[in-house]
Design a protein around this ligand. Structure first.
Ligand code: IPM
Ligand code: MN
Length: 361
């Protein structure tokens, strides 16, 4: 197959982790006889520095003409510490999501036996954890009306959802829950005891649930969900939630895996699908070759699956599992005995392309 991929390296560790994914893609191409072409676009602080715009039109055009988008990370401390900045890197990511109508962000949460010790939870609570968060991505408080008083005495962000915005992601999540490998359970996480938007989410989910009679639905307030994710994560199968709750509980859930650096995501909707690790730009590690590339590499596996390359995706996951269980890990996993970002990328791509000598296996 021939596929054209838009690559957005972004900020901080974005470039170095994405480079490892490109190595892996090249290895997949070599092994399976595919051809991937790459076209690079700017976004984030990098784009502001070079063009003054966090999402130049050219980047959007590149994305629109590609089969998929691979994105690194966004953010820079010089903006985080300046609440008065008018142009911010994150505006690039929010705009690309909106422009391409990527309304669902899908974040799978898995655990690895060899990493259980990194999680403060007991190993018996981690075995068999396997759930997936469907986070709404183009609505809610992220995109509502923002205001601040001239004199700086007050500010507001409004949260709005339409029935249609909820329905489209809810259908995706229900369909996903019906897959043979899923446990046919959908949990809506909201704050319906307080928020009007949450009550609309509940109503819409209740209204469409009868179309999926094989899926059990339960409803959980977000404060309770934050606790349940730590107390009994095995109870979750498909979690459906609005934009900001999803942002928060997915970082929380990454603790179950052992490191935020391991988690991938896919943002899907009507435009070109975007794949990105859930971690941020981790500026303290930028350029040091110590960041964990696995979040990006597993995002690449999701991308391969989306492109119809299931066997290829499976092999990439197998290669990742092999590095983790062989203790070829980055500094976030083992601060005393670690490998560089680029070495992990080499090992995973060598495994994929059958270049690993058998004595190391
Ligand atoms: C994420 C990030 C973004 C978000 C930021 C960088 C705007 O935290 O993808 O989870 O909040 O959506
Ligand atoms: Mn986030």
């Amino acid at each position: 197959m021939q596929k054209h991929i838009a690559v957005i390296l972004g900020d901080g560790i974005g470039p170095e982790v994405t480079q490892q994914s490109l190595k892996v893609l090249d290895a997949v191409a070599e092994k399976f006889g595919h051809e991937f072409s790459y076209e690079y676009g700017l976004m984030g602080a990098d784009a502001i520095d070079k063009t003054g715009n966090p999402l130049p039109d050219e980047t959007l055009e590149i994305c629109r003409r590609s089969d998929a988008i691979l994105f690194g990370a966004i953010g820079h401390p010089k903006y985080d510490n300046d609440p008065t900045a008018k142009v911010r890197p994150e505006q690039g990511l929010l705009r690309i999501r909106k422009e391409l109508q990527l309304y669902a962000n899908i974040r799978p949460i898995n655990t690895y036996a060899s990493l259980h010790h990194l999680c403060p939870l007991k190993p018996q609570n981690l075995e068999g954890v396997d759930f997936i968060i469907f986070r709404e991505l183009t609505g809610g408080i992220y995109f509502g009306n923002k205001q601040k008083a001239e004199d700086g005495s007050s500010a507001s962000d409004s949260c709005t959802y339409t029935r249609e915005e909820i329905e489209r992601i809810a259908h995706l999540a229900f369909h996903f829950a019906q897959k043979p490998e899923r446990r046919k359970k959908l949990t809506l996480v909201d704050k319906a005891n307080v928020l009007e938007t949450s009550r609309l989410w509940r109503k819409v989910v209740q209204d469409i649930a009868p179309q999926y009679p094989d899926v059990t639905v339960d409803y959980m307030f977000v404060d309770n969900a934050a606790m349940q994710i730590i107390l009994n994560p095995k109870q979750f199968d498909v979690v459906l939630t609005e934009n900001m709750f999803g942002d928060i509980i997915s970082d929380e859930a990454s603790v179950l895996s052992g490191s935020l650096g391991l988690l991938p995501s896919a943002s899907v909707g009507t435009g070109t699908v975007l794949f990105e690790p859930i971690h941020g730009s981790y500026p303290q590690a930028a350029g040091k070759d110590i960041a964990n590339p696995i979040g990006s590499i597993l995002s690449t596996a999701l991308m391969l699956e989306y492109l119809g390359m299931n066997e290829e995706a499976k092999l990439v996951r197998k290669a990742v599992e092999w590095t983790l269980s062989s203790k070829f890990v980055t500094k976030d996993i083992d601060p005393l005995n670690y490998y560089f970002t680029s070495t992990i990328g080499d090992l995973i791509s060598d495994f994929v392309a059958d270049r690993i000598p058998t004595d190391i296996n």
